[in-house]
Design a protein around this ligand. Structure first.
Ligand SMILES: O=C(CO)COP(=O)(O)O
Length: 285
């Protein structure tokens, strides 16, 4: 109760002492009201290291105001699903194919993910866009397919340094979102992950103000191009060199509804600090 009161005070005054809008007072972190943290393990993890990581995560706590997912490789998903405490953590895939079951050698369908008991999939990660040449249209088609199959989607967008420095950043983000908006009308099972490519795996984190600027822009994009309701309810999370040291300050930003974490999600104690970032800054506000 005390924490709830602190959260509402924080919503009413903001950390700066300035009044925040009533929109965010009611809807910080979207309709769910929960901060959202994802750990993207990428192509990492041996049987031994994953077992250790799962044990470390199980020994930690996750606040009730935060939803936490981890995303192992396909091969590690069964072990993680069976051994991770799913009262605290959900499990996600890092990709799926655009078609269903069939003659698609090397691919895994959204249906197969659902059949394995998963509820989440990451789509459009910049590494897949760059290394596997996934276009905005393919990411949008995969997003539609995953949603139609009943999965929730972490839809990743973000600009390269070159695009940012040449003034193309907002056009790039617009095009990435517009492609999805062309195919999808129900955004209730989408978390948007803003991951500037220049911040991924580089140790160069966006400043809290840089993250807030883009997140506020994206929220306005939803208000203008989709609807006021979606703008209010969608969660927009930040990814790119988030770690145990910088997460609390980033979490203070009004339009930052969580994080998608790469490297630091492979270290159990660090990821648990990040998973508690919203709780920590809410209580200390
Ligand atoms: O790509 C990311 C999460 O999807 C971010 O990776 P890092 O946290 O390692 O920069």
């Amino acid at each position: 109760m005390a924490r709830l009161m602190q959260l509402s005070l924080r919503g009413a005054r903001g950390l700066t002492g300035r009044p925040t809008s009533s929109r965010r007072l009611v809807t910080r972190c979207g309709t769910s009201g929960k901060f959202w943290i994802g750990g993207n393990w990428k192509s990492n993890g041996t049987a031994e290291s994953v077992s250790k990581l799962v044990d470390e995560l199980n020994s930690g706590t996750v606040p009730s105001n935060t939803e936490v997912i981890v995303s192992p490789t396909f091969l590690q998903i069964p072990y993680v699903s069976q051994n991770l405490d799913q009262t605290k953590f959900a499990v996600s895939a890092q990709n799926c194919w655009v078609e269903g079951y069939g003659a698609y050698t090397g691919e895994i369908s959204a249906e197969a993910l659902a059949d394995a008991g998963l509820n989440w999939v990451i789509l459009g990660h910049s590494e897949r866009r760059a290394l596997n040449e996934e276009s905005n249209e393919l990411v949008a088609d995969k997003t539609k397919k995953a949603l139609d199959t009943g999965l929730s989607v972490i839809a990743c967008i973000g600009e390269t340094l070159e695009q940012r420095e040449s003034g193309e950043m907002f056009n790039v983000l617009d095009a990435q979102l517009a492609a999805i908006a062309d195919k999808v009308s129900d955004w209730s099972k989408i978390v948007v992950a803003y991951e500037p490519v220049w911040a991924i795996g580089t140790g160069v984190v966006a400043t809290p103000d840089q993250a807030q600027e883009v997140h506020a822009y994206l929220r306005k994009w939803f208000a203008d191009k989709v609807s006021a309701d979606v703008s209010k309810s969608i969660r927009v999370v930040y990814g790119g060199s988030v770690n145990a040291e910088n997460c609390a300050e980033l979490a203070t930003k009004e339009d930052v509804d969580g994080f998608l974490v790469g490297g630091a999600s492979l270290k159990g104690p660090d990821f648990l600090v990040i998973a508690n970032a919203f709780e920590t800054q809410a209580v200390s506000a």
